[in-house]
Design a protein around this ligand. Structure first.
Ligand code: SF4
Ligand code: SF4
Length: 295
């Protein structure tokens, strides 16, 4: 591996060095997900909380949760071994903003040791309006927000409840709060120069006819790319028996949406503790796990 220079030094943008936001970067640059965020502030009907957040990660396994100090150590170890490591991501196993203290402290500690590594987080967006400015101040340049609907009635079929300031809101009230915070959060970040990707999980009979509307809306608010994803049904979730939209249909939707915004075709729905090149998890080497993670 050749040493990766800081974006400023080699004249390429941070997005070129991010394997998830750039197709060409995907084959060269590695990311590390640090699993410091176990909590979640909403309940998606396709999620069972004993697994990694399926908005960003494939369900089926739970990442061991790290403290910010342990996460720093894991990053430093990985950096020693992977000279092509360009991105630190916080993608759960819950929501990166549900307990922001842990995410903030992790990023702060890492920035003390590395002024250049790209910071990326993924979130359901509920707490984005509250933390957008802090994320920018911490140097977070890339954010993934999962927005499955921009219509409140459709959203109310996807989420059981949201929790804000210790209060739980369900039905249309919860969905309205979530959708408006997601859209406001996206706008705040994009207007401050953060590169935003929007993930959208396609749910048969619920939002499958609504995806282009989501893509149009998020484009108008500054999203750079969308990642239209297949639902992976999770046993025990409310959508356990929801029929999966076929890969062919997903690709047809992506093709239609490509006329609106660039599409991500190479997402591997990685674990919340994935490390290495996309699709080549190196956690066996780095963390001494017995079984390599299948990506
Ligand atoms: Fe599960 Fe992620 Fe939804 Fe939270 S945001 S309920 S962790 S899928
Ligand atoms: Fe990138 Fe998708 Fe993996 Fe996230 S889940 S790190 S977007 S490839």
């Amino acid at each position: 591996d050749s040493k990766v220079e800081a974006p400023q030094a080699c004249g390429v943008s941070a997005t070129d060095l991010h394997p998830c936001f750039s197709c060409t970067g995907a084959h060269r640059y590695a990311r590390i997900h640090l699993p410091v965020a176990p909590d979640c502030n909403i309940q998606c009907k396709y999620c069972v909380r004993k697994f990694d957040c399926p908005n960003e990660s494939r369900p089926g396994v739970t990442s061991q949760v790290l403290t910010p100090e342990e996460a720093l150590q894991r990053f430093l170890d990985a950096k020693k071994r992977l000279s092509n490591l360009t991105v630190v991501g916080i993608a759960g196993p819950g929501d990166a903003l549900a307990d922001f203290d842990k995410t903030r402290e992790t990023l702060r500690l890492i920035r003390e040791h590395d002024p250049n590594v790209i910071f990326c987080i993924s979130t359901n967006g509920l707490a984005l309006p509250q933390y957008a400015d802090e994320l920018v101040a911490l140097g977070v340049s890339h954010v993934t927000i999962t927005i499955n609907a921009v219509d409140v009635e459709i959203a109310s079929q996807i989420y059981s409840h949201v929790t804000m300031m210790g209060m739980r809101y369900s039905g249309m009230a919860g969905a309205a709060m979530l959708v408006s915070n997601q859209l406001l959060g996206l706008k705040l970040l994009a207007s401050r120069g953060v590169t935003c990707k929007v993930n959208c999980v396609v749910l048969q009979g619920i939002n499958d006819h609504h995806i282009e509307t989501v893509v149009e809306k998020v484009k108008s608010l500054g999203a750079a790319i969308t990642n239209i994803m297949q639902l992976i049904p999770v046993k025990g979730s409310a959508f356990e028996h929801l029929e999966m939209v076929s890969a062919k249909t997903i690709n047809e939707i992506r093709k239609r949406c490509e006329r609106i915004l660039p599409q991500m075709y190479h997402c591997k729905q990685c674990r919340a503790d994935a490390v290495g090149l996309l699709g080549e998890d190196q956690s066996l080497i780095l963390y001494g796990k017995k079984e390599p993670v299948q990506e």
